[in-house]
Design a binder for this molecule. Structure first.
Ligand code: MLT
Length: 238
């Protein structure tokens, strides 16, 4: 399998993803939120880049079961129903609801992948299930969402674990960044938080009171679903 890694959302170029199998990762916290929400019964997640687009879709749809969700600078957006904490997306809150979601980097990364053959949503929570879903692909592009146009170690570590898991099953040919990540992988998988202790977005979240979110996002393989992004919407695979 050929594997390439893109370090952050704004680095995605159309030709790198066009027609390819793509995995989008935003461990802290957008893809973790999507996986959690769908696993807790949400009908769909509609990712949008801007707050204005999110508000416009919400008002246009006039759907009483729709929730407006997302963050800027990690905090809930004024007038929105939910922020970007996976702990908010419980079954009683999201079951059978459509979620319109805008986040700083994660939803931007997803939108950059329009034109791909298929786009899977990944995080630590669903890592093994994700590997099962992509392991027969000839070529995979892993898009790390990063943070504000910069690489973020949480996504990089998740990409490294995906590559390592794939490499344990088959011959892989990773690109340079894929190799760097794989070679830096010194973790026993049980101690992801320790490995990420210098990660700036992780520390930003902790300093801003989202420590419980961080602990939730760093759980490995607790969820078996692998959402896909298709027709502008993130859903469970049918
Ligand atoms: C994002 O999409 O930028 C993030 O998920 C930021 C956050 O942690 O809320």
């Amino acid at each position: 399998m050929k594997i390439s890694v893109i370090p952050f959302a704004s680095a995605v170029k159309q030709e790198q993803v066009e027609g390819k199998t793509v995995v989008v990762i935003d461990v802290l916290r957008a893809t973790t939120v999507m996986i959690t929400a769908l696993s807790n019964g949400a009908k769909e997640v509609i990712p949008l880049e801007t707050i204005e687009e999110a508000r416009a879709i919400y008002h246009k749809m006039q759907d009483p079961d729709m929730l407006l969700c997302g963050e800027r600078n990690a905090g809930k957006i004024e007038g929105f129903h939910l922020g970007n904490s996976p702990l908010e997306y419980t079954n009683s809150v999201v079951e059978n609801r459509s979620l319109v979601l805008t986040t700083t980097n994660g939803t931007k990364a997803l939108k950059a992948c329009i034109g791909a053959k298929e786009v899977f949503i990944g995080a630590f929570l669903n890592l093994y299930a994700l590997v099962q879903a992509i392991h027969e692909s000839e070529e995979v592009v892993i898009v790390c969402s990063g943070t504000k146009d910069r690489f973020s170690l949480d996504d990089g570590l998740c990409a490294a674990l995906i590559i390592s898991e794939l490499a344990s099953k088959m011959e892989i040919a990773a690109d340079d960044l894929g190799h760097v990540l794989l070679n830096c992988l010194h973790t026993d998988h049980q101690n992801l938080k320790d490995t990420l202790k210098t990660c700036s977005h992780l520390n930003f979240l902790i300093e801003n009171g989202y420590g419980k979110d961080v602990d939730f996002c760093l759980q490995l393989n607790t969820i078996k679903i692998v959402p896909i992004f298709t027709h502008d919407t993130v859903r469970l695979r049918s």
